[in-house]
Ligand binder design. Structure first.
Ligand SMILES: *Cc1c(COP(=O)(O)O)cnc(C)c1O
Length: 412
């Protein structure tokens, strides 16, 4: 019998070479960057794409009648096509380019929200990021809707039975994360969507983390809306996307008003541009969107399965090390997790841990991670969080664990 053909392991050293920032030192130690869930570092291909726009092909996009405007427009619209293909959208016109997830969710809260009546209900989960909570609380103030909360279990899983039990005749939308930025939990977006659709409710999936750590296919999920943010996907800040299924964008009123989103403007009325431009008022973050296109090209050039396996091995190594350590509580032990691990220490505040780790060049995040309802759910004010990306190594996980041991010696 032939041995099964194994894909070559990821060449992480070669990948690291492409990230200039990973060569620097912090406090005299090599940088160990374990904060990619807050924002990922950028490969040379993305940095060059952004500076290349400004050096060679920069002009405002759309309606241009000169060469630079046409080049910038082609690259900008090319990025839209890349985003659409990356997440499995049927058409690029289903992609609205935004500044990130926050703007994408606010767009839905405003435009979809304007179709709701007082007493209508939105369902969120306890593990949402503030950007998938606050827009709904603002809508509650504005329109008198109710926000219902689906619980998470002690292990950090979404409680699907409780979620289903929340659906009522007034439920209009589920707004739920695909991967928690605190717990790492991956949710079953397809199951969530089927549950909501069975009762006539729409579904918005927050894909800020899932788009990085898993292969996403919105057509297969069947969700109505999907939000992502480019800076976590190795792209620049200031560029992200909202996917809207079917003809949602045609049916919804616009979000922001201004240039680019109009067909005709009169003194007393306005007609709108075709979708998706109807939702893209004003000059967009042109170079950043093009940079996001380059980031997606860069990611799709990697063996995605090998990337996921690599990240999983880092997560497992970190989880084992933390589990073996005294006085550490891992928050979020779901079966299906992305490469994110949050923990609380009996012996120190998360902020002190992060500051001491920084002395060893290790960058982790500490705080509420924009998820205060979730912190309350687990009875903590803050956690420390290590998050892993394609460029991290097993040695870096060990550096982190060693630095954490030193922090404990120092603090206890
Ligand atoms: C980062 C993040 C957001 C917000 O993204 P922005 O880039 O700040 O708009 C929302 N949800 C999750 C799960 C995130 O990780």
């Amino acid at each position: 019998m032939n041995a099964p053909v194994k894909a070559p392991a990821l060449d992480v050293a070669a990948i690291r070479e492409q990230f200039p920032i990973l060569k620097r030192e912090v406090n005299g130690k090599p940088l160990v960057y374990l904060d990619s869930a807050a924002s990922a570092q950028k490969p040379r291909a993305v940095i060059d794409a952004v500076s290349g726009v400004y050096e060679n092909s920069y002009a405002n996009v759309h309606r241009g009648l000169h060469t630079l405007a046409n080049e910038a427009t082609a690259a900008f619209e090319g990025a839209r096509e890349k985003i659409a293909a990356f997440i499995g959208a049927e058409r690029p016109e289903q992609i609205v380019l935004t500044r990130g997830t926050t703007e994408a969710i606010n767009l839905v809260a405003y435009s979809f929200g304007s179709t709701l009546k007082p007493g209508d209900e939105i369902v969120v989960s306890q593990m949402e990021h503030h950007s998938n909570i606050v827009p709904w609380l603002l809508l509650k103030e504005r329109a008198g809707i109710a926000v219902k909360w689906a619980p998470v279990t002690d292990a950090g899983e979404l409680d699907y039975a409780a979620l289903e039990a929340l659906i009522g005749p007034r439920t209009k939308l589920f707004a739920i994360t695909h991967m928690s930025n605190v717990l790492g939990t991956a949710t079953d977006a397809k199951r969530i969507t089927a549950m909501a659709h069975a009762k006539g409710a729409a579904v918005l999936i927050d894909g800020s983390q899932s788009a990085v750590h898993m292969a996403v296919d919105v057509s297969e999920i069947g969700c109505d809306f999907f939000a992502l943010t480019g800076h976590k996907l190795y792209g620049p800040t200031g560029a992200g996307a909202l996917y809207a299924a079917g003809d949602w964008l045609d049916r919804l009123p616009p979000f922001l008003g201004g240039g680019e989103m109009i067909a005709d403007v009169f003194e007393d009325r306005v007609t709108f541009a075709d979708v998706p431009h109807k939702f893209e008022a004003g000059t967009p973050s042109i170079a950043d969107v093009i940079g996001l296109g380059a980031a997606i090209d860069w990611m799709t050039g990697l063996d995605r399965t090998a990337v996921i396996e690599h990240e999983k091995s880092l997560l497992d190594r970190a989880t084992q090390g933390l589990t073996a350590m005294d006085g550490i509580r891992i928050i979020g032990t779901a079966q299906d997790k992305g490469a994110i691990v949050s923990f609380a220490a009996e012996w120190a505040h998360a902020h002190d841990i992060a500051q001491i780790l920084d002395r060893y060049g290790v960058a982790v995040r500490a705080g509420h991670h924009c998820a205060q309802p979730l912190m309350r759910r687990y009875g903590v004010n803050s956690t420390a969080r290590a998050s892993f990306a394609v460029y991290n190594t097993a040695d870096e996980v060990d550096d982190f664990l060693n630095a954490l041991n030193k922090a404990r010696e120092f603090l206890t």
